[in-house]
Design a protein. Structure first.
Ligand SMILES: Cc1cc2nc3c(=O)[nH]c(=O)nc-3n(C[C@H](O)[C@H](O)[C@H](O)COP(=O)(O)OP(=O)(O)OC[C@H]3O[C@@H](n4cnc5c(N)ncnc54)[C@H](O)[C@@H]3O)c2cc1C
Length: 417
């Protein structure tokens, strides 16, 4: 029986595994993930949209020391230009990933990983059983760090169109950047080329992919609303105590949900993407179409996909990429556990957790399903750090000497209450 079993070895699960093993000495833990490679989903999603820099600051990284990424960049001689961009020294994806790989390698985190899919979890008084295709794993405590891969938002109009013609940007089947060729059009025919690749969704991932693709072709970007600029994907006030304390002081989960919705800015782009997008539009490389897609149909077998917009106009596409983000569906494991074990849930099905993110004495939850406790930044890297602050006291006793623990203070200092 393991002391801890983490389901999900993405950003959250890997950060917790690092913290447990290296900083708290809990080497008797296992990270179960359906993919062999650590951070597989993070790598796939960020590559798919062609992102160059993170939207979050360098302080949000997989080390407990918030300066670790900057120290790493200096140690490894990353060039000053491009490695970080203002504001808040946002790291390049290449640097962030390199730092993650170094942590995983240097701390030997691969040894804790086991490749399997957890199909069900059974809770007992003295243990947790995780049922996988490869057998049953036992642990004293389980932590769910499941991410959102299961919850791709695919609009109704897209149903029934062939996968070869329409793909969600975050689907494992979405072609990698540069591998797509314009379908059936001559480069000299500007209209036909413009209609070849259509990206639906004007948030950060759609705009990033459109900018990358537009270096070799004309891309149509269909967005429901005019492009909206916001520095972060949620209100940064919730990262600090001011808003976070107000959030936690709110006993009514309906009000907490309202605060989360108001603090999130889905479908927005940061300032530094707005200027290149404007330039690409002016140069005619990105054809920006504002309108809501109502219906889609194949013109003829093997032909173009016709998108009918709310304005009444149509857009023809050789291929459509949906940059429509994620929906609200909870991971199947969370849904199944909530029902089977009658665990406390809000009216929308989201877990109601205690201060240490426990849904049951032997079950801890992080990421989006923990958002009614963690707040708007729950899915982000800082969400993993905030979750760790709540979870660590379950495995250790912070002492008044905590300040002497150096960088560990970042997670061992008392969480906001
Ligand atoms: C394109 C993109 C860019 C982003 N940029 C930023 C950014 O700049 N800054 C920031 O703070 N956040 C960013 N985020 C948000 C967030 O940090 C990422 O989504 C991050 O990957 C979330 O980590 P996670 O561990 O919750 O989920 P994931 O990284 O998705 O990991 C979850 C893991 O759980 C596994 N899993 C799930 N269910 C099971 C099961 N039943 N059995 C076994 N394994 C299972 C999955 O296979 C997966 O490997 C970004 C998100 C996206 C999509």
């Amino acid at each position: 029986m393991h002391q801890v079993l983490i389901v999900g070895g993405g950003i959250h699960g890997t950060f917790l595994s690092h913290l447990l093993s290296h900083h708290l000495g809990i080497t008797d833990h296992v990270v179960v993930d359906r993919y062999a490679e650590p951070l597989h989903v993070w790598n796939r999603h960020t590559t798919a949209c062609g992102m160059s820099h993170l939207r979050s600051p360098s302080a949000h990284n997989l080390e407990v020391d918030y300066r670790a990424l900057r120290k790493y960049a200096a140690r490894e001689n990353w060039p000053a230009t491009g490695a970080f961009v203002p504001p808040y020294a946002r790291p390049s994806l290449a640097l962030f990933n390199d730092h993650c790989r170094a942590i995983i390698r240097e701390r030997g985190l691969e040894r804790f990983r086991r490749r399997a899919t957890v199909e069900a979890i059974r809770l007992h008084e003295d243990r947790v059983e995780a049922i996988t295709e490869a057998g049953v794993l036992l642990a004293r405590t389980a932590i769910l760090a499941l991410g959102r891969e299961h919850a791709l938002c695919v609009p109704e109009w897209a149903a029934g169109l062939p996968e070869g013609r329409i793909t969600h940007l975050f689907s494992p089947y979405c072609p990698q950047v540069d591998s797509m060729q314009p379908v059936g059009s001559a480069q000299s025919d500007t209209t036909a080329v413009a209609e070849d690749l259509v990206i639906v969704g004007g948030g950060v991932s759609g705009v990033q992919r459109a900018l990358v693709e537009s270096q070799g072709r004309i891309v149509t970007l269909v967005t429901e609303k005019p492009i909206q600029v916001r520095r972060f994907d949620s209100d940064p006030c919730y990262i600090g105590p001011k808003c976070y304390q107000r959030f936690l002081a709110e006993p009514d989960y309906v009000s907490r949900r309202k605060m989360i919705v108001e603090a999130r800015y889905p479908g927005t782009i940061p300032e530094d993407l707005a200027a290149p997008l404007q330039r690409a539009i002016e140069a005619g490389r990105v054809n920006l179409v504002i309108g809501r897609v109502e219906m889609a149909a194949m013109e003829n077998p093997g032909g173009y996909v016709e998108l009918l917009l709310s304005s009444g106009s149509t857009v023809s596409a050789g291929r459509v990429i949906l940059a429509t983000g994620f929906g609200r569906a909870l991971p199947p494991l969370v849904q199944q556990l909530g029902e089977a074990a009658c665990l406390p849930r809000h009216v929308d099905g989201f877990p109601i957790l205690d201060h240490n993110l426990r849904w049951h004495p032997r079950l801890v939850v992080t990421g989006i399903p923990a958002e009614l406790e963690l707040g708007p930044s729950a899915p982000n890297i800082v969400g993993a750090i905030n979750a760790a602050k709540r979870i660590v006291p379950l495995f250790t006793r912070p002492s008044p000497q905590a300040a002497a623990w150096g960088p560990l203070v970042r997670v061992l200092e008392p969480a906001v209450t």
